[in-house]
Design a binder for this molecule. Sequence first.
Ligand code: HEC
Ligand code: HEC
Ligand code: HEC
Ligand code: HEC
Length: 188
Amino acid sequence: MKRRYSLLACAAFALLFIAASASAEPAYVGPKKCKKCHSKQYKSWEASRMAHAFELLKPGERAEQKEAAGLDPDKDYSADSECLGCHVVGYKKPGGYGSGGDKDETLVGVGCEMCHGPGGDFLRDDRHSAKNREFKSADLVQFGFISKPSEEQCVKCHNEKSPFFKEFNFEERKDQGTHEHFPLKYEH
Ligand code: HEC
Ligand code: HEC
Ligand code: HEC
Ligand code: HEC
C-alpha cells in the first residue's frame, strides 16, 4: 500500500514537472510589441522581403520559381503545416501563429522574434524595457533574448528542408539585410 502511494507521488511529481517545463517555454508576442520602442528597426524590417514571407505561400506568388521547384503554383500553401514553420512567427508554439486566439494576422512573415527570440519572458519592466535601458544582454539570455542573432538562428529556416534552399553564407546574407542597423545608446 505504502509503495503504491509513493509510486503515485512520483507520477504526480513527474506530471507537475512536465507541466512546469512546458509552461516555461517563453511565448511569442509579435513584432507590433517591439515597434513601440524600436520604430526605426521596425520600419526597415517591414520593408524587407522576410517580413512578407507569408505572402509567398499564396497561389500565383513566385509561380515560375514554384514550378521549377516542383510545387503547384496555383495551390494555396498558406495553411500548409509543411510550409508555415519558416514563413510565420512561432508556428504552433505558445503565443505563436496557429496557437489559438485571433492574432494570427499580426504573426505572419519572419518577425523579429524568429531572430531575437520570443519576447514573452524578456519583455518585462525589470528586464528589457524603457525602465531598464541598460540591461545586460547576457542576463537576458536565460529568458530567451538573442541580442546578436548568429548563423545558428538563420539556419533554422535557411536549410535543405526548404524547397528553395540556396547556399547560405552567413556573413554575406547578413550584409544583404535583415533590417537596417542603428547605433545604440548603451552598452549591453
Ligand atoms: C519598452 C521598450 C522596449 C520594447 C517593447 C522592446 N525593446 Fe528592445 N530595447 C529597448 C531598449 C531601451 C534597448 C537599449 C537601446 C539602446 O541601448 O540604445 C533595447 C535594445 C534591443 C536590442 C539590442 C541589444 C544589443 O545589445 O544589441 C535588441 C536586439 C532588441 N532590443 C530587440 C527587441 C525585440 C525583438 C523586441 C520585441 C520582442 C523588443 N526589443 C522590444 C527597449 C525595448
Ligand atoms: C525549413 C524552412 C522552410 C520550409 C519548411 C519552407 N520554406 Fe519556403 N523558404 C524558406 C527560405 C529560407 C527561403 C529563402 C531561400 C533563400 O533565399 O535561400 C524560402 C523561400 C520561399 C519562396 C521564394 C522562392 C524564390 O526563389 O523566390 C517560396 C515561394 C516559398 N519559400 C514557398 C514555400 C512553400 C510553398 C513551402 C511548403 C511547401 C515552403 N516554402 C516551405 C524556408 C522554408
Ligand atoms: C523563420 C525563418 C527564417 C529565419 C529565422 C531567417 N530567414 Fe532569411 N529568409 C526566410 C524566407 C522565407 C526568405 C524568402 C523571402 C523572399 O524570397 O521573399 C528569406 C530570405 C532571406 C534573404 C534574401 C531576401 C532579401 O531580403 O534579400 C536574406 C538576405 C536572408 N533571408 C537573410 C537571413 C539572415 C542573415 C538570417 C539570420 C540572422 C535569416 N535570414 C533568418 C526565412 C528565414
Ligand atoms: C532575419 C533576422 C532578423 C529579424 C527578423 C530582425 N532582426 Fe534585429 N537584428 C538582426 C541582426 C543580424 C542584428 C545585428 C546583430 C549584430 O550586431 O551582430 C540585429 C540587430 C538589432 C538591434 C540592435 C540595433 C540595430 O539596429 O542593429 C535591434 C534593436 C533589433 N535588431 C531589433 C529588431 C526588431 C524590433 C525587429 C522586428 C521589427 C528585428 N530586429 C527583426 C536580425 C534580425
